[in-house]
Design a binder for this molecule. Structure first.
Ligand code: AMP
Length: 443
């Protein structure tokens, strides 16, 4: 199969040739003809599957072939993304695909001045890539209207819900014309996503290019059990042993990112960090330096790392496991892209056993554990498997003491120093927007 057989026009084929794309990926093979035929789409496609071209190529073709010239302060297609980085990334790809077309493209997001964005929108843009908050600001300030909107793309829709954008999505939904084409992409199909799709899509074609919730099988994944306080030391040890050259590292919190970067830099290691507290320009600079190999280790939180597309990234390290199991799939999707092989290593301490178990359940696999000599944990990580079992070693019964040292609890003796090794599992609260689901006109 070629891109030509999917019905793409010559200026797009030329752009793809320039980019070196020879064969459509599975999501592209399914999405392109469906979008060209005007269908709504609900696609479960992981990062790295080529989903951006899957929606952008046919969308650009339809905009070129159909519809009026873009009017002032208008957008003909809107691509919504959860983060600034992803918006930048998607916009860069769209602009590349559109290089031979008479279309304009632009990206708007928060964290930077709104005025240049308002100026730019005066003439209107054919394809607007946006994060939800800034889009609403621009709309409310009359810098933008959606009278000409033909197509809406929700990219990484699951992530938008995770980040709490449900209210914003509901607001945006009310601003848009009812007659439009809507394409929803999500790494995973949670129940909330299905509900959202039911409200926003019209008789969608469903595409699932990989089994539901199964992580990319081109990524070799394993776990190294370790005590929490020795994670940084283990990381440096593994890095030196494996002669790691370019590693994307995930930490749970902003403080965690800063602490690890400080530690690595203190050892003379070329490391930088990105998280939501850093200004956009600093984040972009760190990312650019990582991509050009000026920075060897990039430490990131989940939010900041969304949308990172770094070619041939060989290794992802989970310094901390993610609280939301789906994020594990997003994280390891940074490696093993477009058919390359990659590795994902997770440093796991006893506190994280419930998170490990949730990941194994979601990805339906028991992750291989590999002990590192001299780093065997004092606090054992209980055994887990893909059924969600956490197998705790039976504890030796303790003799009740005559006085002190223990407290009575429903007739059982519990040593006062005894704590569960596992944190309670934290279930993210996701709000699902309630939309006014009046009848939609069919195109
Ligand atoms: P995405 O899943 O859209 O983030 O794309 C992942 C990576 O695959 C990007 O670097 C794309 O440029 C690349 N890519 C997408 N489609 C193809 C294709 N058909 N052939 C080769 N590379 C591709």
């Amino acid at each position: 199969m070629t891109f030509a057989t999917l019905g793409l026009i010559e200026p797009l084929l030329r752009a793809l040739e320039t980019l070196g794309y020879q064969t459509p990926t599975p999501v592209q093979a399914q999405a392109i003809p469906a979008v060209l035929a005007g269908r709504d789409l609900m696609a479960a496609a992981q990062t790295g599957t080529g989903k951006t071209a899957g929606f952008a190529l046919p969308l650009l073709q339809l905009l070129t072939m159909e519809g009026p010239k873009v009017a002032a302060n208008s957008a003909r297609a809107l691509i919504l993304c959860p983060t600034r980085e992803l918006a930048e990334q998607v916009h860069a790809s769209v602009a590349e695909y559109a290089q031979n077309l008479p279309l304009t493209t632009y990206a708007v997001y928060g964290g930077v001045s709104i005025n240049p964005q308002m100026m730019k929108l005066r003439k209107g843009v054919d394809v607007l890539v946006a994060t939800p908050g800034r889009l609403i600001d621009l709309f409310r300030q009359n810098a933008l209207n959606f009278k000409q909107l033909q197509t809406l793309v929700l990219d990484e829709a699951d992530r938008m819900l995770d980040l709490g954008f449900s209210e914003e999505l509901a607001n945006i939904y009310r601003m848009l014309p009812k007659k439009r084409q809507t394409l929803l992409f999500s790494a995973t199909f949670s129940d909330e996503i299905r509900l959202l799709a039911g409200q926003m899509l019209n008789d969608p074609l469903t595409i699932e290019v990989s089994p539901r919730n199964v992580a990319a099988n081109t990524v070799k994944q394993w776990v190294v059990p370790v005590d929490k306080k020795r994670k940084a030391e283990l990381f440096v040890h593994l890095m030196r042993k494996g002669r790691w050259k370019q590693v994307l590292v995930f930490a749970k919190t902003r403080n965690g990112v800063d602490a690890l970067v400080d530690k690595l830099q203190g050892l003379g290691i070329n490391a930088d960090g990105i998280h939501g507290d850093k200004p956009q320009a600093t984040r972009q600079r760190a990312l650019d330096r990582f991509k050009s190999s000026d920075v060897q280790i990039l430490v990131a939180t989940d939010v900041a790392a969304r949308g990172l597309d770094i070619e041939d990234l060989p290794l992802v390290v989970n310094f901390d496991l993610p609280i939301v199991a789906e994020d594990y799939i997003h994280r390891i999707g940074r490696t093993g892209r477009a058919g390359n092989t990659g590795e994902a290593i997770s440093l796991v301490c006893a506190d994280e056993v419930n998170m490990l178990s949730a990941i194994e359940m979601l990805t339906r696999q028991t992750l291989t554990r590999q002990m590192e000599q001299d780093f065997e944990p004092e606090h054992r990580v209980p055994d887990t498997d893909a059924t969600g079992q956490v197998v705790k070693k039976p504890k030796k019964p303790k003799k009740p003491k005559a006085s002190g040292g223990g407290k009575r609890n429903l007739g059982k003796w519990v040593d006062s120093g005894e704590v569960s090794p596992a944190e309670p599992s934290i279930k993210p609260v996701r709000k699902v927007p309630v939309f006014n689901t009046g009848p939609r006109k069919k195109k």
